[in-house]
Design a protein around this ligand. Structure first.
Ligand code: HSE
Length: 304
């Protein structure tokens, strides 16, 4: 056979950190990228992109999905050298909604399916974490739900669960890009013991509140001292957008991943919160739009 079976996969957007859970917490959200992949024996590459990133993402061998697919094929003894790739992207690019994690997870999942699933989900998690550098977006992209992840040397452990609160996520997406690399460069090498203790308490409360359904404790749990204060200068109006969301009824607010999108968590008043966030951004000459998202509980999956 000159080609593999054609497989189509769907991968959710993700929001990482959730405030105090830097590099550890993530939530899968109900907007999705789709990838259709056929592996070819011949050394030929065809890439078609529609939706977000069209005309910007490379349609050649520099394409991230192709690089990921190739790296998965090379872990096996399958003799595929090329591919036909069609992607349709709904996840905004470089905005803190896990577009690169979605590309990595889509590439690994599709290649794994096309190869007859030689890798289990734990191996997919480890491959994706190695490529992304941290697990907090790739884990919810793979498993769905809210995920808690830890890495120790090469071992990655993830637990996925659904919060006992019918949580809505309101994301204000600004019209500018912020690369994760730049947002990580803004972080200090060392933090104080009191800031570390602050985050341990807040992230523990956040998880306990999500698992027990305690909305009062949850509303006190989103603050962070490890990354958000250092990233504020990269996101004009950040604190004012947070304040506007809370005044409109949000339980808590955070930078979505490394930003620049800002996220509010709420159980009601979603439209009002979204409008308030966009209006607060506009006072800082930042154009934005808002999305109201639910938690995705499926994660990456084959859809054909
Ligand atoms: N935890 C990561 C960060 C998420 O905040 O830098 C972005 O990939």
């Amino acid at each position: 056979m000159n080609k593999s079976e054609t497989v189509k996969v769907q991968v959710p957007a993700t929001t990482a950190n959730c405030g105090p859970g830097f590099d550890a917490l993530g939530i899968a959200c109900n907007i999705y990228n789709e990838l259709e992949l056929t592996l070819l024996r011949e050394n030929k590459l065809e890439i078609e992109i529609s939706g977000e990133g069209t005309g910007y993402l490379p349609e050649n061998d520099k394409n991230l999905i192709w690089k990921v697919v190739k790296s998965v094929v090379e872990k096996t003894d399958a003799a595929y050298e090329g591919a036909q790739i069609k992607m349709h992207n709904n996840i905004p690019l470089s905005r803190g909604l896990g577009s690169s994690a979605a590309a990595i997870v889509a590439g690994i999942t599709a290649a794994n399916c096309a190869l007859g699933e030689p890798f289990d989900r734990q191996s997919v998690l480890e491959m994706a974490t190695a490529l992304e550098g941290h697990p907090d977006n790739v884990a919810p992209a793979i498993f769905g739900g809210m995920t808690v992840s830890l890495c120790e040397q090469n071992v990655v452990k993830t637990l996925s669960f659904l919060p006992k609160i019918d949580l809505k996520m309101i994301v204000a997406v600004p019209e500018f890009f912020l690369s994760t690399k730049k947002a990580r460069k803004a972080l200090p090498e060392f933090v104080s013991m009191s800031d570390a203790v602050f985050n341990v308490a807040h992230v523990s409360s956040l998880i306990a509140a999500m698992c027990t359904g305690n909305i009062d404790v949850l509303s006190h749990s989103f603050n962070d001292k490890l990354h958000q204060p250092y990233r504020a200068d990269l996101i004009p109006g950040m604190y004012e957008v947070f304040d506007a969301a809370k005044a409109a009824g949000a339980l808590g607010t955070a930078i979505s991943g490394a930003g620049p999108s800002l996220i509010a968590f709420a159980v009601h008043e979603e439209e009002q919160i979204g409008r308030a966030m966009v209006a607060a951004f506009s006072k800082y000459q930042v154009d934005s739009h808002y999305l109201i998202l639910d938690i995705d509980n499926k994660g990456a999956r084959r859809i054909n």
